[in-house]
Design a protein around this ligand. Structure first.
Ligand code: TTP
Ligand code: MG
Ligand code: MG
Length: 412
C-alpha cells in the first residue's frame, strides 16, 4: 500500500542569507585568501599593500592595536572562535595569523543589489531584510508546489537550489536558504546548515529540528527575554512550547507571552511584504537656463512655489505628512547645496512647505546662478498617527535587525 502523501503547507516561504557576506565579498577581490581566517573590521590603514612583484602584503591581526570590533569573519576564522562584534584585540589572541581587512560598504551594497536582482528574476515576491538577507514567497512560483517522485516538497527544493545557483552565477557568492511554511521557521532554517546550506522543513520536523534549539534562535527573543527564560529553566524552543501559558503570561505580559507560545509551536502568519515605506518624498527641476536669485527672482519664485504645490499634492495623494522640509540647489559648475529644517508638527500643504523651504533658502549664499532647485519632505508619517515620531521608533523596535527602508529619496 502506498504511504499517504503529507499535505503541502498553505505557503512556501524562503529565507535567504548570504554566507559570511562582507568577508566573502572581500575574498572575490583577494582570491588568494580563500580558505584562510579573514576578519573584516579594520580601518583604511589596514588595506593590503601591493609589493613590487605584484603580490599583496596583508595586515596580520596579531599586529592590530586599537578598540575596533570584528564586523564579520570567514568560516575559517570562526573555527578559532572569532565572531561578529568581538573586539579585534581579543580576536587577535584567538587567531593571530588571521588577515584583517577594512570594510568597503560600496562593494557590499553592489553585491547586495546583484544577489537580490538574481533572485527576483526567479521569484518576484521578495521582502528586503537588510544588506544580506531576504524573505521570498515561493507559494505562487510555477513548479514550487509540484512533487518530485515521492517528495511532495521536491519542487520547492529544486526551486531553492535554482535560486542558490543563480545567486552564485550572478555574484560568485554562496548563500543559505531555509524553506518552510512561514517566515519565523525559515529564518531559523536558513541558519541550520550554513554555509552553502539548503534546509526544507515542514511542521512535522518541528520536534526534531526546531525544538532542540536554544530559544534565542527565534528572531524576536533578544538577550533580555532569553535571560529571563533561562532563569525560568526554559532553555530550548521545546521547553518553551511545553511551558504553561500562565507562567509565561506572569513573566512577560499577555501579548508577548502569547507570541512566545505561538513562536515555539512554529506558528507565524506574517506575510512577505514587498513594499517599504518611503523615507522622504521630493520634487526637483532643472532649469532650461541657469537662473539668478536676484535678476530672475519672479521666475524662480514661481518655480519654487510650483514645486511645493506638486510636492504637497504628492504627499496628499500618497497619504503622508512630514516634519522635515529640505531644499536642494545646484549651482552652475554643479556644486550642490542642501538645507533642511524640522518643524514641531508635520505638514502636508503647499503653503506650509513653501514657508519652511523659504526659510531654508535664506541660509544659502545665492550669489551664483542656479541650474536646479528641489524641495523635499522627510520624517514622514500618516495623518492621524498619535505621534508622528513614534511611528518610526516603534517600527525600529519591532524589527531590531530589519532593513533600513529602501531609500526612495529622489534627491538628498
Ligand atoms: P550576518 O548575515 O549576520 O553574518 P554573515 O553574513 O557575515 O555570516 P553568516 O554566514 O553567519 O550569515 O550579517 C551580514 C553582514 O552584516 C555581515 O557580513 C557583516 C554585517 N554585520 C555587521 O556589520 N555587524 C554585526 O554585528 C553583524 C552580525 C553583521
Ligand atoms: Mg549572512
Ligand atoms: Mg544576515
Amino acid at each position: 500500500m502506498a504511504e499517504p502523501t503529507p499535505a503541502l503547507p498553505d505557503r512556501l516561504i524562503a529565507h535567504l542569507d548570504m554566507d559570511a557576506f562582507y568577508a566573502s565579498v572581500e575574498l572575490l577581490r583577494y582570491p588568494e585568501l580563500k580558505g584562510l581566517p579573514v576578519v573584516v573590521g579594520g580601518r583604511r590603514a589596514h588595506a593590503p599593500q601591493l609589493r613590487p612583484d605584484g603580490t599583496r602584503e596583508f595586515f596580520k591581526l596579531a599586529d592590530y592595536t586599537g578598540r575596533g570590533v570584528v564586523t564579520t569573519s570567514t568560516y575559517a576564522a570562526r573555527a578559532f572562535g572569532v565572531f561578529s562584534a568581538m573586539g579585534l584585540m581579543k580576536a587577535a589572541l584567538l587567531a593571530p595569523q588571521a588577515i584583517l581587512l577594512p570594510a568597503d560598504f560600496d562593494a557590499y551594497r553592489h553585491y547586495s543589489r546583484l544577489f537580490k536582482d538574481a533572485v527576483r528574476e526567479l521569484a518576484p515576491v521578495i521582502e528586503d531584510r537588510g544588506i544580506d538577507e531576504i524573505y521570498i514567497d515561493l507559494t505562487d512560483v510555477p513548479g514550487a508546489r509540484d512533487p518530485v517522485g515521492h517528495d511532495p516538497l521536491g519542487g520547492a527544493r529544486a526551486l531553492a537550489r535554482e535560486i542558490k545557483n543563480s545567486v552564485w552565477r550572478a555574484t560568485g557568492l554562496t548563500c543559505s536558504i531555509g524553506v518552510t511554511p512561514n517566515k519565523l521557521l525559515s529564518k531559523i532554517g536558513s541558519e541550520l546548515e550554513k554555509p552553502d546550506g539548503l534546509t526544507v522543513l515542514t511542521m512535522d520536523d518541528l520536534p526534531t529540528r526546531i525544538w532542540p534549539l536554544p530559544v534565542r534562535r527565534i528572531n524576536g527573543i533578544g538577550p533580555k527575554a532569553g535571560a529571563k527564560l533561562d532563569s525560568l529553566d526554559i532553555h530550548t524552543i521545546g521547553d518553551l512550547a511545553a511551558a504553561p501559558p500562565a507562567l509565561l503570561a506572569q513573566h512577560f505580559g499577555p501579548g508577548y507571552s502569547l507570541w512566545l507560545h505561538e513562536a515555539a509551536l512554529g506558528q507565524d502568519d506574517r506575510p512577505v511584504v514587498t513594499y517599504s515605506e518611503p523615507v522622504s518624498i521630493s520634487r526637483e527641476t532643472t532649469f532650461e537656463r541657469d537662473l539668478h536669485a536676484k535678476r530672475d527672482r519672479p521666475e524662480l519664485s514661481r518655480i519654487f512655489t510650483a514645486l511645493c504645490e506638486q510636492l504637497a499634492s504628492d504627499l496628499q495623494r500618497k497619504g503622508y505628512q512630514g516634519r522635515t522640509i529640505g531644499i536642494k540647489l545646484r549651482f552652475e559648475g554643479f556644486r550642490t547645496v542642501t538645507r533642511d529644517l524640522t518643524l514641531e508638527l508635520p505638514v502636508q500643504d503647499a503653503a506650509a512647505i513653501r514657508r519652511a523651504a523659504g526659510l531654508c533658502l535664506k541660509r544659502v549664499d545665492l550669489s551664483q546662478r542656479l541650474r536646479l532647485l528641489g524641495v523635499r519632505v522627510g520624517k514622514l508619517s500618516r495623518p492621524g498617527d498619535v505621534d508622528s515620531t513614534r511611528r518610526s521608533r516603534s517600527a525600529a523596535n519591532a524589527a531590531p535587525n530589519g532593513p533600513k527602508p529602501e531609500n526612495l529619496r529622489l534627491f538628498s
